[in-house]
Design a protein around this ligand. Structure first.
Ligand SMILES: [Zn+2]
Length: 631
């Protein structure tokens, strides 16, 4: 089925790693001009609410966010955020919080209500009729937000339609849909977000009456000064802008492409039915793969002749808030790192088998590149830190004393897993299984660019190739289920059914979305052959809880994705959002989310700590949405 909604975008955006310099990334400047018109007939009109409950979202003074903050220190910035954060979310949110995009008909459906109540009704918007009524349960204490939360369960409402939940004395919720295809449009919009992130080309898309567009950018990528090439250039064009900034980082491409390829390998037939309306639509490649190829084409340029892989391609300092084509500062390849090289092997090896049915020549090219870099890593078994001297852009470096993982990353495990799955090489399997044993086959409950081993473990677990150590396979499967069950439990005990429970960190919204990869792997394992009896849907239900949270069942009662759901972010940290786009951001982007506390999110452009956008978080969201494409 073809999904078609009016939308366009172009690129921009950048995100920062945990290591990014605060002062640099906060350097905002209002552009001198913007090129696109916009209206915003967005779904953000407040619903009816009982007297005394404010529905007005109060934003921080935008002028402050727009000001040039180049010289602001980290401390000053944090203090500034604190002083500006005067308006408590409790008085700016609707008390009834639910998924404002909606639910598949058979899904579990619950709302969290942050005020005392005893019963509720659901009203069909089309005719204002009450179609469901129920008793409220609770309250439960939510230690993260210090609220008493009540729960309304309307899972039995399965009739497709548009509704609002109403609680006597409290008012109505935001509108929501019940429909089998409720996630097709969000999937389309979020994937279009990748198209709009394209670098090296002009992009244009119209969404809800606004045209988002920019001219071709960064067509001179990039210089070789820092990798021994002198002041000469080599092709490094294409790819996606990384986040709120316009730079390109191999390590973040790794988890992004890996998550998208996982979605393809798990849900390819469903994904194939969604036309993305990109320039390649109608060509030999499925749209989804054509979009990823834009990134892979750039990734391939990051390989040095010896097989090592340049860590990133960036300016020396973060650029200003301005359209990407106006950023003409020179950009450079930076020296190689073992993390980037391992991620490169994984991406290209996986691409080789996924593109093979559609483009054998491209598959051959990817596999040749994967093998070369794998051999390079074999010859350089020690961790090698990329020398980023002279660059103030995102580090994407894991092996640091203050990093949450405290140690050497396991990217090589992922690299070996994908290369073995593609080639079946016994030597690579030997390498892979040694690495799986070294981490005791442990599956992490959440992972990101800084730890890709889960992707490798799942590839190993689901492989149909012969030769695996069956005891090791059993261990990984058992660890996977234990980890997934832990996620289910955290979700169950959370007042907003947040699968990450009480864990809050930079980019945790991406973490919430990415947990669906673990959950669906557990779902697949328990549905497999003799385990089929245990298909309780609990893992799939928890995936939906992740989407419920991101689209409004949260402390803020708002969607965390630009352009989608109720009161989506209007001021993401996205360098494209200047001029006319300031209150009408580029659509389809998941913002980072609250941290260090559940109550710390702000829809403030300058606050990249909670409100930036990034390819790795969007890729996780794509996976989560793909889970529900056919419900
Ligand atoms: Zn660009």
């Amino acid at each position: 089925m073809t999904l078609r909604i009016p939308m366009v975008v172009q690129l921009g955006g950048a995100r920062l790693s945990m290591n990014r310099s605060v002062a640099q990334s906060s350097r905002l400047r209002v552009p001198t001009a913007s090129r696109c018109r916009k209206e915003l007939p967005r779904r953000d009109a407040p619903p009816k609410v009982a007297k005394g409950i404010s529905t007005q979202i109060t934003h921080l003074p935008v002028a402050v966010a727009r000001r040039n903050l180049a010289a602001v220190s980290f401390a000053a910035l944090v203090l500034g955020f604190l002083s500006l954060h005067r308006v408590g979310a409790a008085e700016t949110s609707l008390p009834i919080r639910l998924n404002t995009v909606g639910y598949p008909p058979q899904a579990k459906k619950q709302a969290s209500i942050a005020a005392p109540c005893t019963n509720f009704v659901v009203i069909r918007i089309a005719d204002n009729k009450t179609v469901f009524q129920g008793k409220i349960s609770g309250p439960v204490s939510d230690p993260d937000t210090k609220e008493q939360l009540y729960t309304a369960d309307f899972s039995k409402l399965e009739q497709p339609g548009d509704y609002q939940l109403e609680v006597p004395g409290l008012g109505q919720s935001a509108p929501f849909r019940v429909a089998a295809d409720v996630y097709r449009e969000p999937f389309y919009v979020v994937m279009r977000g990748f198209y709009l992130w394209r670098c090296g080309t002009a992009v244009s898309a119209t969404y809800q009456g606004t045209t988002f567009a920019h001219d071709a950018c960064h067509t001179n990528d990039a210089w070789l000064d820092f990798v021994g090439g002198g002041h000469t250039q080599k092709d490094g064009t294409k790819g996606w802008h990384d986040a709120g900034d316009y730079n390109k980082y191999v390590v973040n491409a790794g988890i992004t492409v890996g998550s998208l390829f996982r979605a393809w390998e798990d849900f390819g037939p469903q994904i194939k039915t969604v036309r993305l309306d990109i320039p390649e639509s109608g060509g030999p490649l499925p749209d989804f793969l054509a979009e990823i190829k834009w990134e892979m084409d750039w990734v391939l340029t990051m390989q040095a002749p010896d097989g090592s892989v340049y860590h990133k391609l960036t300016t020396k300092r973060f650029g200003d808030f301005a359209p990407p084509e106006s950023e003409t500062t020179e950009r450079y390849f930076t020296p190689w790192g073992s993390e980037a090289t391992a991620d490169f092997v994984a991406m290209t090896a996986q691409a080789a088998r996924i593109f093979r049915p559609y483009d054998p020549a491209y598959a051959d090219r990817c596999l040749k590149a994967a093998r070369l870099s794998y051999e390079f890593l074999k010859a350089h078994p020690e961790y090698h830190r990329a020398d980023q001297t002279g660059f103030g852009t995102g580090l994407y470096e894991i092996n640091q004393p203050n990093h949450r993982l405290h140690g050497i990353p396991q990217n090589r495990l992922w690299a070996a897993a994908e290369l073995w799955e593609t080639t079946g090489s016994p030597a690579v399997l030997h390498d892979l299984e040694a690495r799986v044993k070294a981490v005791n086959g442990q599956v992490s409950p959440d992972f990101d660019w800084d730890e890709t081993k889960d992707l490798g473990l799942l590839t190993y677990l689901f492989s149909e190739r012969p030769g695996r150590d069956q005891a090791l396979v059993k261990l990984v499967r058992s660890n996977l289920l234990a980890t997934a069950d832990g996620i289910v439990l955290d979700c169950k005990h959370d007042g907003y059914a947040r699968p990450l429970g009480s864990h809050y960190f930079w980019g945790d919204n991406g973490g919430v979305a990415r947990q669906t990869i673990i959950l669906m792997a557990a779902d697949r394992v328990t549905r497999h052959k003799i385990f089929r009896w245990s298909s309780k849907r609990v893992y799939r239900d928890t995936c939906l809880d992740a989407l419920n949270h991101l689209f409004g069942r949260n402390y803020y009662g708002r969607s965390f994705v630009t352009g989608l759901g109720f009161r989506p972010p209007l001021h993401p940290h996205d360098r494209r959002d200047t001029g006319e786009y300031l209150n009408n951001p580029w659509p389809g982007y998941l913002v980072g989310g609250p941290h260090p506390k559940a109550t710390d999110w702000q829809d403030v452009q300058a606050n990249f700590l909670v409100n930036e956008i990034a390819i790795n978080w969007n890729a996780a969201l794509v996976y989560a949405l793909a889970v529900c494409l056919n419900d």
